[in-house]
Design a protein around this ligand. Structure first.
Ligand SMILES: NC(=O)c1ccc[n+]([C@@H]2O[C@H](COP(=O)([O-])OP(=O)(O)OC[C@H]3O[C@@H](n4cnc5c(N)ncnc54)[C@H](OP(=O)(O)O)[C@@H]3O)[C@@H](O)[C@H]2O)c1
Length: 285
């Protein structure tokens, strides 16, 4: 695997690369929305490709397409200076990526930027993670100028999971011994935009949030912020030895966002009286 970016640099060629318009696949998802917002803030022409249009912004052209089925991709890719591939689903990301890089190659080899997940080579027995590794290989071998950014779990992903855990009555089981360093997806979005507008970097340094924590502590903070009381019981997760040994933590030389989980919670819940999570169905124990 070329982790130096040298091959990515050679594929780039000489001279300044045109980056606009930027295509954001999955631009309606957690990460994609942040990427689109940053690009719009920076005054770029933005295209979004997803299956269903949701809350995209003005200044954004929406393309309906299905990357897995290979439908509607070419019009979105044609003329794009860079592609940030934020599309994902529980299954099929490898085929999605094959279809997208093939369309990109036909369209003149724009800079291809792929978000990925910290530590995936240490956890490759897990289905989704295994596919993410395959995605990285497809991008690296695509012949396109490329950048891959591995990042840790997003706060909004942790928030959604906390909400689900909080639905357990009285006692909530959390994954035992999971050390994590989650990050705000808006900061990841900003980093991806910076990378996409720059020279292809190959494997960029990992990115995480500023604090090392555990699932138990993240969930406890969520409960406190939403004024809920519950027993939090760490449960062993089969096959999670690598994670318990720190596989979800970023590698040496990584970059960090500055926003903390507590800041995220305050902001996410702040609009609602008393910090109560409006989606929580759970009464305080
Ligand atoms: N969530 C995390 O904590 C986390 C952590 C590290 C890295 N990442 C990586 O970040 C990336 C984005 O993740 P996310 O959590 O933001 O995902 P997400 O919220 O689930 O969004 C997925 C997006 O992909 C689109 N999509 C799915 N299947 C598609 C298809 N066949 N054709 C076209 N569009 C499709 C969805 O829109 P439609 O359904 O309308 O098509 C949606 O816009 C992924 O590469 C993921 O592995 C995520």
């Amino acid at each position: 695997m070329d982790v130096t970016g040298s091959r990515a640099g050679r594929a780039e060629g000489k001279g300044k690369r045109m980056t606009s318009p930027v295509l954001v696949t999955g631009g309606t998802g957690r990460l994609g929305r942040s990427v689109v917002a940053r690009l719009v803030d920076a005054g770029h022409e933005v295209r979004v490709l997803a299956r269903r249009q949701r809350d995209t912004l003005p200044q954004v052209t929406f393309f309906a397409g299905d990357l897995l089925r290979g439908e509607g991709i070419d019009p979105a890719v044609r003329g794009a200076g860079a592609i940030i591939n934020c599309a994902t689903a529980t299954k099929g990301d490898a085929q999605v990526t094959r279809n997208l890089v093939a369309a990109a190659a036909r369209a003149g080899s724009p800079h291809f930027v792929q978000p990925s997940i910290v530590g995936i080579d240490l956890m490759a027995q897990w289905g989704y993670v295994k596919t993410k590794l395959e995605v990285e290989r497809i991008v690296e071998n695509s012949g396109l100028p490329w950048t891959i950014l591995r990042v840790t779990q997003f706060y909004n992903y942790c928030f959604e999971n906390s909400r689900k855990l909080a639905k357990f009555p009285l006692v909530a089981p959390v994954p035992g011994g999971f050390t994590v360093q989650p990050v705000d997806s808006r900061e990841v979005g900003a980093r991806l935009v910076g990378l996409a507008l720059g020279e292809p970097a190959g494997r960029a340094p990992d990115m995480s949030g500023p604090e090392v924590s555990s699932w138990k502590d993240l969930f406890r903070s969520y409960l406190a912020a939403t004024h809920q009381r519950k027993w939090v019981v760490p449960m062993p997760v089969p096959g999670s030895k690598a994670v318990r040994n720190g596989a979800l933590l970023p590698g040496p030389g990584h970059t960090e966002g500055i926003r903390t989980w507590d800041q995220f919670l305050t902001e996410e819940l702040g609009e609602h009286r008393g910090g109560l999570d409006p989606a929580s169905q759970v009464k305080s124990a």
